[in-house]
Design a protein around this ligand. Structure first.
Ligand code: MN
Length: 724
């Protein structure tokens, strides 16, 4: 990128004399950074230039752009701030100085700091913010560009910078309501912290893009017609969720025992209208069309979020089947959602006295007050932790170092935050000198002592069970998963292989293992087996995938009966001969058949009227054969998950009856999220029939998923014979 791009962007909203100022700053920075290179090998100047460009994207004022262009000069070029002040004035000098101080504070390793020093750091950050928020905007833009060029740093450094970005800078952008910066910071940090997961989610999201776009287009069309009738002008767009937010959603879903496929709202609909009253009108129209999901409604217009965000949020059951998230807001509100407080710094003469802004960001006013009122570090921290970081708890190590954790975090989260090894070796915890269970929820000010044992066995698998509440932070979860992966990769692969082979035997299916791995987005077979081994992929998922793969196309008008297993054939007069069904005539039960003794491959079963039989020259090789009477049936338990609706069970049982399959038991449970699980025990002849049935049930309206269930629900599911 060159300077002309920044100039063009600045000219869009700044008057010529301000643009000239930006030009001056650029020339000054170009000279100061002359010959300096970044670790990536590009000229250093590119960094301040990009930082300024990000701010120009938020349409921040000229002073912010100038300070961004100059922000690394005092640190990197031995040019004192005083010199900048002489050239660019007091305002700019203060902005640069504030940014530099923040950078210095952030550079100290948190482990090496006392409580006092940490409080001091936080205070500096908040005071710089309170004094002039533009310092933080510059800092956020600086960090964003550093994240974009993080590749150039050594891995160790990448991880710590990414971690800090996710823990401090992204939440800060969120607090300031700058959604635009927040998600970019989060996604970049996530791509470094959990590259594997990042790539997987990206792939999953891309794979469904067209499908989602079509869906949104369809919904928009319906809505547009209804809005027209109501005389409402609205702009609609599908809002793709960002990778990190999908990840968070997946974590929440995983905690509920659901899978990625259950996340239907990867894309939400955004409706932009002209006025506040139009917002409510639009919502009325939507709610009269589709049933709203009660708990999903939030009125952030009447009750705006602390960071100034306003919108109506609702979720409806689209066509009674698909949950759809919808956000309704005015263009003004949209602006604030994207740019947050930065929106108020956009260059407009006199707009700084915007009183609405003061009202909306009450917490910022409070911040400025602390500046005067608070004296002790402790008191200061106390206030900060109850407000700014309201979703976090601050706890102490026995040495008095402070650690911040998300609300609901446990001693294990704490142990993992202090040190990965401390987490792995943790055997117990004391909070304020009292022994507590490891899933104890930490409170502000708790002093935590982690107990370890020599030769501890490492993390327990229970720690990963979301129902037991041992772990809140995804960092700790990741570290535990990694431990299992590393420690037990060989065992995991082996266990995965055994589980898979057993399942394939049960299903009587022969499939390329590599192909199967690809179906689950694993390019490496061992990775896939290991994933089964440590429980990320269940064999039920494998069975469903296979059933779907092997099912005849749903569009076929007549479902051809699948070939029965060869064991259903009896070669008359012979013992246990290996039999194959001939590929030339595809005999099915009921056909008159004949065996043909091959050289070394057992007996091939043909239809008696098959060309190859009739014209066979060695008639001696033909042996009589018949179908084994199919008196064997197998009870199989199946769970059908669906959005609850009238007639659901009737429709399912009709399909089962059409297949002439007996239902040995039915049972159902309603869940709080409007879904229902129907448990069926079906007497099926063979896997082909089961597979066909599952696919047909899957096609029933409102059905989300169909799967065979394990012993814990309805008894044994292995295909054990049961005599009629
Ligand atoms: Mn910088």
């Amino acid at each position: 990128m060159d300077f002309n791009e920044l100039l063009a962007k600045a000219r869009e909203y700044l008057p010529p004399e301000k643009v000239a100022l930006v030009e001056d700053a650029y020339n000054f920075a170009a000279e100061a950074h002359q010959g300096q290179m970044r670790k990536s090998g590009e000229p250093y100047l590119n960094h301040p230039l990009q930082t300024a460009m990000i701010l120009a994207g938020l349409q921040l004022d000229a002073s912010s752009l100038v300070a961004a262009l100059l922000h690394d000069i005092p640190e990197n070029c031995q040019i004192p701030v005083a010199k900048l002040e002489a050239k660019f004035g007091k305002e700019i000098a203060k902005l640069v100085d504030g940014t530099t101080k923040l950078a210095r504070a952030a550079r100290q390793a948190p482990e090496a700091m006392t409580k006092e020093a940490q409080a001091e750091n936080l205070r500096k950050m908040l005071l710089a913010m309170a004094e002039d928020l533009r310092v933080v905007f510059i800092k956020l833009a600086d960090r964003l560009h550093n994240m974009r060029t993080l590749d150039a740093l050594p891995t160790e450094k990448q991880l710590s910078v990414a971690q800090e970005t996710l823990e401090i800078y992204a939440p800060l952008a969120h607090r300031l309501g700058i959604g635009e910066l927040k998600w970019q910071l989060e996604d970049l940090a996530f791509s470094y912290l959990e590259p594997e997961r990042y790539r997987r989610i990206t792939r999953l999201v891309t794979a469904r893009r067209t499908q989602r776009e079509n869906f949104i287009a369809k919904v928009s069309e319906v809505l547009r017609a209804e809005f027209d009738k109501a005389g409402l002008k609205a702009e609609m767009s599908g809002r793709p969720k960002h990778i990190y937010s999908i990840h968070q959603k997946m974590e929440r879903y995983a905690a509920l025992g659901k899978h990625f496929n259950d996340i239907h709202d990867l894309l939400a609909l955004r409706v932009l209208v002209d006025s506040v009253s139009d917002c409510y009108t639009a919502m009325g129209v939507i709610h009269s069309l589709w049933r709203p999901i009660p708990e999903a409604f939030d009125d952030y217009i009447a009750n705006s979020k602390p960071n100034g965000y306003q919108s109506l949020h609702t979720a409806v059951m689209y066509l009674g089947i698909t949950p759809l998230e919808i956000q309704i807001r005015t263009r003004d509100m949209h602006h604030i959602a994207e740019y947050g407080i930065a929106a108020h710094w956009r260059y407009k003469e006199g707009s700084r006295q915007d009183m609405r802004f003061e009202d909306r960001v009450a917490w910022l006013r409070q911040l400025i007050d602390w500046h005067r009122e608070l004296s002790g570090a402790e008191e200061f921290l106390e206030s900060v932790k109850t407000d700014i970081f309201i979703d976090q708890v601050f706890v102490y190590t026995p040495k008095g170092e402070i650690k911040d954790l998300p609300k609901g975090a446990t001693p294990l989260d704490f142990a993992y935050q202090v040190h990965t090894e401390l987490g792995h070796r943790c055997t117990g915890a004391k909070v304020n000198s009292r022994l507590v269970p490891l899933n104890y929820q930490l409170n502000n000010g708790d002093v935590i002592e982690i107990m370890t044992a020599k030769g501890a066995k490492g993390p327990s698998r229970d720690w990963l069970n979301p129902h037991l509440g041992f772990i809140k932070t995804s960092q700790a979860k990741t570290k535990i998963r990694q431990w299992f992966k590393r420690q037990e990769r060989v065992e995991n692969i082996e266990r995965g292989r055994q589980l898979l082979e057993k399942e394939l035997r049960h299903l009587g299916v022969e499939v390329e293992r590599e192909e199967l791995a690809h179906l689950f987005y694993h390019s490496n077979l061992n990775d896939f087996l290991a994933a089964i081994g440590y429980g990320e992929i269940t064999t039920h998922q494998v069975a469903i995938k296979l059933a779907a793969q092997q099912a005849p196309a749903k569009t076929a008008p007549e479902v051809a009966p699948a070939a029965p297993a060869p064991s259903a054939v009896r070669v008359l007069g012979e013992g246990n001969l290996v039999t194959h069904l001939a590929q030339c005539c595809h005999p099915v039960p009921g056909d008159k058949i004949m065996g043909y003794v091959t050289r070394g491959r057992g007996v091939t079963i043909h239809r008696q009227d098959c060309y190859n039989v009739i014209y066979e020259s060695e008639k001696a090789r033909l042996v009589p054969a018949d179908w084994e009477p199919t008196d064997s049936i197998y009870p199989v338990s199946v769970e059908v998950k669906a959005w609850d609706r009238v007639g659901l069970i009737r429709d399912i049982t009709t399909i089962v009856a059409e297949e002439k399959v007996n239902i040995a038991a039915v049972n159902f449970t309603n869940h709080e999220d409007y879904t229902t699980s129907t448990f069926l025990t079906l007497d099926v002849k063979d896997l082909a029939q089961l597979s066909r049935l599952l696919v047909r049930i899957e096609g029933v309206r409102a059905v989300i998923s169909v799967s065979r269930v394990g012993d814990e629900v309805v008894g044994k599911t292995s295909l054990r014979k049961k005599s009629r």
